[in-house]
Design a protein around this ligand. Structure first.
Ligand SMILES: [Zn+2]
Ligand SMILES: [Zn+2]
Length: 438
């Protein structure tokens, strides 16, 4: 008799999930026009990191309309943390949505184009907020199907602050201000809109799209340790006609830049992904004066924390050697910012069946991680996390551009997928946690 119990439980819970999916889908279709309005409102009024006053108010006002009573505003400046209690007691699970935009001038001529000149939702955070508000609305309408509670983390300042900014921001500051406590969630989910991807097993440079209606994920690491550095090389000023009387900071900087590139090609384990990019350079006062000072700014991307520490040492060694060889000196300020995300293996395995149920087996796609940075990692350091990709590309609609570009746009149909996938992930997690506890 015992042999029949497990399959029966499995069938019953699978049936229940299918039924719930159908109920949710009907509600999502009804909610969709309003969700598009919300997305366009946010898209038309983008706000830079730590300036999300309007967006934060929109979120809090909408949550109040939906009947939320436990809403904390002003977390990490403009963050909003809100709790939804299901009809049944159970564990808590968190959903994170980042809210900020980028200093980019939007070039697409769409009716919902940015009304804030020079600022644009070029990373899709407008869609992230909309999807989370969609999940909040959906689950508040169907509390009877929620076996526990859901904590919504509307996060400011995901796009990194300038290197000169002092203190913490974004996810790290939300964690420091207690967003992951009282109650502490058992897991955290986050989604990110994505148009261009590298599917697992394909290493070419062709454009591969994650289409609207698809979901992507990496099986472990997603995004890189994303750091910044600022180097100052000090030489000695002299007349341009007598370089031997000075120390040419520009010539020393040129040698240092080339030598730093040798770390990747000749000094590190080839199996470890590494990027060292210098993005800014400035120095010198006039064409006929030997430059006294050159400043360089750049970023280092790695996956492994120990490997990263080794890179910092190698950079110091190169800078020390080259400047000493030419009678120059240097200073380097190295700032570790976002750690790489490590998606939790158990949570991935438990959640992929939910996604496959929502979008179909062939539309859940394994990806190779990129070298971008994401501060979702701070939440995922506190509890098991799963950061997945919501496909937003649509070739017919011309939505084929990557994030952080002035032509980026998301197919709004993807909002339905985002809400359905996140709601299924959250409810399935609560169902299985409750079942395990019984
Ligand atoms: Zn971004
Ligand atoms: Zn982003």
């Amino acid at each position: 008799m015992k042999h029949f119990i497990l399959p029966l439980i499995f069938c019953a819970s699978s049936f229940a999930a299918d039924t719930r999916d159908a109920v949710f889908q009907k509600s999502i279709d009804e909610m969709f026009p309003r969700l598009v309005e919300i997305r366009r409102d946010i898209h038309m009024h983008p706000e830079l990191s730590n300036e999300e006053v309007r967006t934060s108010k929109l979120v809090a006002d909408r949550l109040k309309e939906l009947g939320f009573t436990d809403i904390r505003t002003g977390v990490a400046k403009h963050g909003v943390v809100a709790m939804l209690k299901g009809a049944q007691d159970g564990p808590c699970v968190a959903v994170r949505a980042d809210m900020d935009a980028l200093p980019i001038r939007e070039l697409r001529s769409v009716p919902y184009r940015s009304q804030n000149p020079g600022v644009m939702h070029a990373c899709g955070h407008d869609v992230h907020v909309t999807c989370a508000l969609g999940v909040a609305e959906l689950l508040s309408k169907h509390r009877d199907l929620v076996k526990g509670s859901v904590k919504f983390l509307f996060q400011p300042a995901e796009e990194a602050m300038p290197a000169t900014f002092k203190g913490d921001w974004g996810a790290k500051l939300m964690v420091a201000e207690g967003a992951m406590e009282n109650p502490k969630p058992a897991a955290v989910f986050g989604l990110h809109t994505t148009a261009l991807v590298q599917p697992a097993g394909i290493m070419d440079d062709a454009a591969h799209y994650l289409k609207s209606g698809q979901i992507g994920y990496t099986p472990g690491i997603d995004n890189a340790n994303s750091d910044r550095f600022h180097i100052t090389i000090h030489g000695k000023m002299a007349h341009g006609s007598s370089p031997h009387k000075g120390v040419d900071a520009i010539a020393v900087a040129a040698e240092a830049i080339m030598a730093l590139q040798m770390i990747k090609s000749r000094q590190t384990n080839t199996r470890q992904p590494l990027v060292i990019s210098i993005g800014t350079i400035s120095g010198g006062d006039r064409e006929n004066i030997i430059a006294e000072k050159v400043e360089l700014g750049g970023t280092v991307r790695t996956y492994d924390a120990t490997f990263r520490d080794g890179i910092i040492e190698q950079m110091e060694r190169i800078l020390k050697g080259i400047t000493a060889a030419h009678g120059a000196t240097y200073e380097m300020e190295y700032r570790k910012t976002y750690p790489s995300i490590l998606n939790d293996r158990k949570l991935i395995d438990a959640t992929l069946p939910s996604f496959r149920r929502i979008v179909g087996q062939k539309n859940v796609i394994e990806l190779i991680p990129g070298m971008g940075g994401e501060d979702f990692s701070y939440f995922a350091q506190v509890v098991p996390g799963f950061y997945f990709r919501l496909g937003v590309a649509n070739e017919e609609k011309g939505m084929t551009y990557g994030g952080h570009t002035p032509m980026y746009d998301c197919d709004e149909e993807s909002i339905k997928t985002g809400v359905a996938a996140m709601a299924a992930a959250v409810c399935d997690f609560l169902d299985s946690s409750k079942a395990a506890a019984q």
